[in-house]
Design a protein around this ligand. Structure first.
Ligand code: SAM
Ligand code: SF4
Length: 317
């Protein structure tokens, strides 16, 4: 469906849970597990009905996210059923990778097209600090399991944190030489609860090309990242700038939270509930949400925080 500003909305980000097995400082509070009642959250049946409604409006790609989507005991079933919805061509997952050693193969067999793994540091101690509970070797095992299961074009998502991981840009980018993976550097977004990060953490993505002068620009793949490659790289490197050079003009996304709220824009507080609705009611809400997509999300910085009124684990990124 085309929105008021001529953008064709073809991409649904479906968050299947707010809960997570990590506690990344920029994403959720230390004790930030979901305190909502099970009856407030979408059931699997409602999620799949929502994908049918979205597909009837022209959505062709679904990204399953969270919280951590792989902690859902029914994640394989959700992926299979999403893939089976007519006109859905791609089902992708964004994960912290911790549970991939167990789930990469079943996800591949369920028809999941692509996997993005979030990894912000290759230093064990920094990983434990940033995620509050995580072990780096488990995330690396997850990446290896995804490669072994036959996933292609795996993306590593790295949030740039000034003073924390900008010294690791060469090593993180170097993953594209070691493995057939792409790396995406993403600017830190100032969400509702900023975690422990001050103004110095909000650095522009241009720092990556400054630190890596041998990167060569390559043609865009139609996504929101500016793409580059090392001459001897197996995968490419993308710079995503939601803060300093936002991509609202080409935003083709609709978001559905695990508690059943459609979000026309990541950084707006506007929400349209579909919890407990039938197919036609859900479709109607989606049409409304798409028509309410703003042209632009406004300035973001450490001092001008997102209006989303939620932390990222409650939206899905
Ligand atoms: N748990 C999964 C994961 O970490 O990949 C999926 C959910 S997580 C909310 C989705 C993405 O949002 C991750 O890549 C994470 O790094 C990113 N994210 C969370 N908070 C962010 C923030 N404040 N700024 C930029 N990206 C953020
Ligand atoms: Fe969990 Fe992903 Fe948020 Fe980290 S970024 S706390 S892994 S939801």
């Amino acid at each position: 469906m085309i929105d008021k500003f001529g953008r064709d909305i073809t991409y649904l980000r479906l968050s299947v849970t707010e809960r997570c097995n990590l506690r990344c400082r920029y994403c959720m509070p230390e004790d930030g597990i979901c305190k909502k009642k099970p009856e407030e959250m979408l059931t699997e049946k409602e999620m799949i009905q929502a994908v049918w409604a979205a597909s009837s409006l022209g959505i062709t790609k679904v990204r399953i996210t969270g919280g951590e989507p792989l902690i859902k005991s029914n994640i394989i079933s959700i992926c299979k059923k999403t893939m089976a919805v007519p006109d859905i061509q791609e089902v992708c997952i964004t994960t912290n990778g911790i549970l991939l050693p167990k789930l990469a193969k079943p996800l591949k067999e369920a028809g999941v097209t692509r996997i993005n793994i979030s990894l912000d540091t290759l230093d064990e101690e920094k990983y434990a600090f940033l995620t509050r509970t995580g072990h780096l070797d488990k995330a690396i095992d997850g990446l290896k399991a995804a490669l072994e299961a036959g996933f292609e074009k795996i993306k590593i998502n790295t949030v740039l944190l000034g003073g924390f991981n900008d010294d690791e840009i060469p090593t993180l980018a170097g993953l594209t030489k070691k493995y057939p993976v792409d790396v995406r550097f993403i600017e830190l977004m100032p969400m509702y609860d900023g975690g422990d990060f001050g103004p110095e953490a909000y650095i522009p993505h241009s720092i990556v090309t400054e630190k890596l002068p041998d990167l060569e620009p390559i043609k865009s793949d139609g996504g929101v990242a500016k793409l580059f490659k090392f001459p001897d790289g197996k995968g490419n490197i993308g710079l995503i700038s939601p803060v300093n050079a936002h991509f609202c003009k080409s935003c083709n996304r609709l978001r559905l939270t695990a508690d059943g709220k459609l979000k026309p824009c990541l950084h707006s507080g506007d929400e349209f509930s579909i919890k407990g609705m039938n197919f036609l009611q859900m479709k109607e809400q989606m049409e409304k949400a798409i028509l309410e997509k703003p042209a632009y999300h406004g300035e973001l910085s450490y001092y001008q925080r997102s209006n989303a009124n939620r932390n990222m684990n409650q939206i899905g990124g």
